[in-house]
Design a protein around this ligand. Structure first.
Ligand code: 4AZ
Length: 882
């Protein structure tokens, strides 16, 4: 958050809806005195006609705001002012909620009869309240500016004008409702008719006056001249001469986007009063902004306020300056409540000014909480949109085991203008007792803290920024091996290297308690025991036998680790190469003894061929490998995911968009039968505000390419139930898979088709060309795609990927992408398909978009749930329907 320089010094004060003490009561110290207190009640000087203030209804005058001035009081005050120190005029602005009144859309239109009637009634009500207040002699007049939907009733936005000597004005400014309540205990009427009262000073800002349609000269007048004016002069006089703003009153229901636009404006001041339903906040998305850029505010300025009045202390953001050439920044701002005021004002050239934006209602999100995790991220609310003003969030971060430290990387810290010299008084992020608000150097972006770690984010009521984004992970400095295997010498090795037939620990501890293989034999990945060194014989050792590397002309097939195999070992149903390359692309198949990695026919016999299912060749005697093969084709296809391209209609007929009524597209999914979808478990984890796990909130759209409102010809179904994998771990993303049963079967056609689900034995080899598809964001922090995107990605070697991700890639995950970066799935693609074209020209579901560090970054490939690991679970849960 950064501080705006005020255009003028503030010499006027604004005050709450209560009245204020008469001049004589303020005394030399400028303090107020109240009746019944030792200091004595504020009394009106004789010159005022000796009218004693009515003390009996503090509650009423506190609210109140602002009535018409009785003629007798006006005369009295005139007399008073002839003998009093000079007064200056000042304004206050406020809002108050009336639970006994209700909001209606007509009240957003200030020209409607409903608005007029309600404003009149409230004016009368305030007037009565005010008459019994002790401050009535300083009150001049007020106006009802706008209404919005309150938590229980009607929120009323008003301003009031006062005139008082400086000392009294100071005292009024310093009086909070609580203090006044204590000052006037006898008048402690319960505030039955009001709620959530907020009052603010309106500073001496000419734009503010213009926007309210007020005459800026009013500030200079003392109350004598004021008395000669019609208290309702806001509705007359200079207002008629063009001081007023052009106003637009807009309301967006949840799910609607409402547009704000301005091209070559003809007037000097424009304002948009934005409202959304209670329980929501306003998200303003600025698409285009010429004519206002950060800098001096002399020419144009675009301001957004967290209120329906242009109060200086409620500015969320402001852009000032001369017209910009080239593209303008796209900004997203968020309010703290259900209203926002946007103003655009021009003091000189207007022609180049163009402003285009839209706003929407988004549910009010909570923030903070207690997190116990190995790793994860934290961000300011609504990040990367600007955080809302006036919030406080506290987190406690714990490593899952004692003795662990927390390493924190500050990816983004955009909280306060770095040119500000106020320290961290406005907005700040406190990590472990240290407040951060200005940009920080590269070297201090990574920090280490002990666990538990407390974080607190504070934003004051004005000026917001993009906020912060942090990544954290728990680690031990030395000695232990978190989630790794510890060798005798203290070295840590990844768990996957334990019992893999290769001695990784110096002392062999990683292979010590693994199998029942006899001496001279090695346990292979496929579970078999094999002789230790069979030099270019019929079978190789499954260990990384470099001694077999030089087998010369006897080699029919060379494994990637240089192990040399004779012809008889290739396509014999036994995996000799670690990467199984000796058993891929085999056309011949025959029965062999079953192992955990072989394809099992329905008659319980196993075939030697890898990936025999749906390849167009009958490998099982019972034909079961070619059954259930009505999948994985693209009938229509005869012929931005990040870095992707628009997909053609029907190119990915199994792609599903999972949408929530209130939020639109949330996740992807894949159609695998006429009743079942596969998606990611993390799409269905409840947040504080949203129950994602409730099947009734979701709708599945199939056969869709262009994402628009409405179903646009897509087939749609509600969801009967969501089955999350019981071992899903939200901290590690392990077992990130969910099955969704549709409420009714879907009919297949050219653009709606299921993909093939691979058998448990299916192998997608490293380097296979596959595609990821979805409507996710086109770049980190970007917008969702409006057309389905497709991107070619390669399966990446697991060891390589694990090195890049510090062994966070579990056996249930696979990595795909491009190590150079540039192509990847991203937010919004989650749950969607990674598919590969297999023999028989059918597409198989290899992965489910799950996670990754950022999107399309170099050496940070996408991580997917490996579907083959769940083939049996899927068949069981769907009772064989998939
Ligand atoms: C996500 O947030 C997400 N680059 C999905 C995929 C990736 C990153 C994030 C992979 O849904």
């Amino acid at each position: 958050m950064w501080t705006l320089r005020k255009s003028q010094t503030c010499e006027v004060f604004c005050v709450s809806g209560h009245g204020h003490g008469p001049p004589g009561s303020s005394g030399a110290q400028g303090a107020l005195k109240e009746p019944g207190h030792s200091a004595g009640p504020p009394t009106k000087p004789e010159a005022e006609g000796g009218r004693a203030p009515a003390w009996g209804s503090w509650g009423r005058w506190m609210l109140g705001l602002l009535p018409f001035f009785p003629v007798t009081a006006a005369i009295a005050l005139t007399l008073h002012f002839l003998s009093s120190p000079p007064s200056s005029a000042f304004f206050l602005g406020g809002s108050v909620e009336f639970p006994n009144l209700s909001f209606s859309l007509e009240l957003t239109d200030s020209t409607s009869p409903q608005f007029r009637l309600q404003a009149q009634a409230l004016n009368q009500y305030f007037s009565q309240l005010y008459e019994s207040s002790p401050w009535s002699s300083y009150y001049l007049h007020s106006g009802i500016i706008a209404f919005s939907e309150g938590v229980e009733g009607l929120n009323v936005f008003y301003w009031s004008k006062f005139s008082a000597p400086d000392s009294v004005a100071l005292a009024i400014r310093g009086s909070s409702p609580e203090r006044l309540r204590r000052r006037f205990p006898g008048s402690n009427k319960p505030l039955r008719y009001i709620r959530n009262e907020q009052r603010y000073y309106m500073e001496r800002d000419l734009d503010m006056l213009h926007l309210l349609g007020l005459d800026p000269d009013d500030f200079e007048t003392d109350d004598k001249s004021d008395k000669s004016k019609n208290p309702n002069s806001i509705q007359s006089g200079k207002w008629q001469l063009g001081f007023q703003a052009i106003s637009f009153d807009l309301y967006a229901k949840y799910g609607n986007n409402r547009t704000l636009s301005l091209v070559s404006p003809k007037k000097s001041y424009y304002q948009w009063r934005l409202r959304v339903p209670s329980g929501h906040v306003v998200r303003l998305v600025i698409l285009n902004l010429h004519g206002a850029t950060p800098g001096s505010c002399t020419a144009h300025k675009l301001s957004a306020y967290d209120f329906l009045l242009p109060l200086q202390n409620k500015i969320i953001a402001r852009w000032c300056g001369l017209p910009l050439s080239g593209s303008s920044p796209v900004m997203k701002l968020t309010s703290s409540g259900n209203v926002m005021l946007v103003t655009f004002s021009f003091s000189r050239q207007r022609d180049g000014a163009i402003f285009k934006a839209y706003f929407q209602a988004i549910p009010k999100a909570g923030c903070g909480g207690s997190v116990t995790s190995w790793n994860g991220s934290l961000s300011s609310p609504y990040y990367p949109a600007f955080y809302p003003p006036n919030i406080d969030c506290s987190w406690t971060l714990r490593a899952p085991l004692p003795g662990y430290l927390i390493s924190m990387t500050i990816v983004t810290l955009d909280i306060q203008d770095s040119s500000s010299s106020d320290g961290c008084e406005k907005d700040w992020l406190d990590i472990g007792g240290v407040k951060l608000c200005n940009s920080i150097s590269e070297s201090s972006k990574k920090r280490v803290y002990s666990s538990p770690l407390s974080l607190h984010f504070h934003s004051d009521e004005s000026l917001t920024q993009k906020g912060f984004y942090l990544l954290y992970r728990a680690f031990t400095p030395e000695g232990t091996c978190p989630r790794q295997f510890r060798c005798g010498d203290g070295r840590c090795i990844p768990l996957r290297k334990v019992c893999d037939g290769v001695r990784d620990c110096f002392d062999g501890r990683d292979e010590a308690k693994c199998s029942s293989c006899r001496a001279g034999e090695t346990l292979c990945v496929n579970g078999q025991c094999k002789p230790h060194s069979s030099q270019c014989g019929s079978q190789s050792s499954c260990a990384d036998s470099s001694e077999e590397g030089n087998c010369g002309s006897k080699c029919y097939h060379v494994c990637p680790n240089k192990v040399c195999l004779p012809k008889s070992s290739v396509c014999d149903g036994v995996m000799d190469c670690k990467d199984r390359s000796d058993e891929l692309n085999c056309t011949r198949s025959y029965y062999k003894s079953c192992t955990s990695s072989s394809f099992k026919c329905a008659n319980a016999k196993c075939v030697s061929k890898t990936n025999p299912e749906c390849d167009g060749v009958k490998d099982c005697a019972d034909g079961s490998d070619e059954m259930r093969c009505g999948c994985g084709t693209r009938p229509r296809k005869r012929a931005k995911i990040v870095g992707g391209t628009d997909a053609g209609l029907g190119s990915w007929p199994w792609q599903v968009s999972l949408q929530m009524d209130r939020y639109g597209h949330v996740c992807g999914a894949t159609l695998v039968s006429n009743r079942w979808l596969i998606s990611a478990a993390h799409c269905f984890q409840d947040s504080e505000a949203i129950k994602y796990s409730d099947a009734r909130s979701w709708r599945a759209y199939m056969g869709m390419r262009v994402m628009t409102t409405g179903n646009n010809g897509a087939a749609t179904r509600t969801v009967r139930r969501i089955l999350l994998h019981p071992q899903y771990d939200q901290y590690t993303s392990d077992y990130d898979i969910a099955l969704l049963e549709l409420s009714a079967p879907i009919f297949f056609n050219d653009v709606v088709q299921p993909v093939c689900v691979p058998a448990a034995s299916h192998i997608f080899t490293t380097g296979t060309n596959c595609f990821v598809t979805g409507w996710g964001v086109l770049m980190e922090d970007g917008e969702l795609a409006s057309r389905l995107q497709e991107a070619p990605v390669k399966i990446i070697n697991r060891n390589t990927c694990n090195k890049l991700y510090d062994d966070a890639v579990t056996p249930r995950m696979l990595c795909a992408g491009n190590l150079q970066g540039g192509v990847d799935a991203c937010q919004g693609d989650s749950g969607g398909p990674l598919v590969c074209l297999e023999r028989g020209r059918r597409w198989f579901l290899a992965g489910i978009v799950s996670w990754g560090e950022g999107c399309a970054r170099q050496n940070r490939p996408g991580v997917y749930t490996q579907v083959v690991k769940f083939a049996d679970w899927i068949r069981q849960q769907t009772r064989g329907q998939v």
